[in-house]
Ligand binder design. Sequence first.
Ligand code: NZQ
Ligand code: ZN
Length: 387
Amino acid sequence: MLNFDYSIPTKIFFGKGKIGVLPAEIKKYGSKILLVYGGGSIKRNGIYEDITKGLKDNSIDFWELSGVEPNPRITTVRKGIEICRKNNIDLVLAIGGGSSIDCAKVIAAGYYYEGDAWDIVKDARKISKVLPVASVLTLAATGSEMDIFGVITNMDTNEKIGVGHPDMIPRFSVLDPTYTFTVPRSQTAAGTADIMSHIMEAYFSSTKEAFLQDRMAEALLKTCINYGRKAMDEPENYEARANLMWASSLAINGLLSYGKHRNWVVHPMEHELSAYYDITHGVGLAILTPYWMKYILDDSTVDKFAEFGINVWNIDASKDKYDIANAAIDKTREYFNLLEIPSKLSEVGIKEDKLEEMARQSVRKGNIGSLKPIGYEGVLNIFKEAL
Ligand code: NZQ
Ligand code: ZN
């Protein structure tokens, strides 16, 4: 029985030139901000210049935390918290992809926490208050621009952990598709795979009566399939970039999962791959997904996979349902290959020796998955198949 509360409070400013709203939006929260960004892409493509000019013209004081790593580290979060405390920052503004936004969120939460920031990543209940966070998105992928989560890595302990708190959701996000024109081919592909995985984590649920959510999920998947490769081939195609950008936000902001049983499965597996091998999140997801699908395909799941095959991949509905399900899984793998993502973990440097350890870590909080939960044996089997 569908039964849920709805709240997605992030204000979205979507479209070319929307960065103009930034100074006025920031001023609603104060006049001292911390800019959080990555390794320099925003300086090369002019976004940094656009933004800082607007800040200076409007007498907004800003400090900077640059060099946020893809798979952002807790050490970088700690640096950001220190800058915020020293300068009484009013708002943390991330400029970038999921890594910068996630880092900004945990800085904002860590600001009010007296102990070490890693404590709040491990246990969100320790978060009591959060500085306002906002984002300027430059890469369509994680949906962090409109969700409550941050994913942080601790390289000392090989842990990559997602933390969520309602107050960590950005107060506003600027989504200008032209800001993603410079995203490299491989990151465009990985981002598309990540968006698709978020949709599938919600879609393959044990809740059967969420007809509306499932049709929306299918529409979003088709959007990714339609535009992912196109954006790689035509990086300045506004239509492609815009559709992917909006899909990234809608995939994970709650719309698709409200009322549905949630227990993600491919993500917890992938987070272990990133934690141990520092691989690109979307690449790990794309490799694992078809193996996971094959592993859980049986009489209890075949109807859902057939639905997926018919509605997303346009497979002939009159065929045998196992044939449809298997064809849908093959098409999913082929699409990720079309995005130039390999099919094997060994192709991204993953070795056999850590598979058991990573499988144990994947299920440290219990079985994973909603449509058909799996435990240690299942994860290990999928890792081995995917190697
Ligand atoms: O660091 P810079 O120089 O900015 O370069 C980045 C980085 O190298 C580059 N890039 C970003 N925008 C660009 C650009 N290059 C050229 N032009 C642009 N406009 O792309 C590279 C990757 O950036 P990153 O932010 O790491 O990518 P993504 O958005 O995929 O974020 C990945 C992180 O988010 C986490 C992942 O686990 C990973 O740590 N996730 C966060 C989620 C969330 N908050 O809800 C959910 C996801 O499932 C995911 O786990
Ligand atoms: Zn993801």
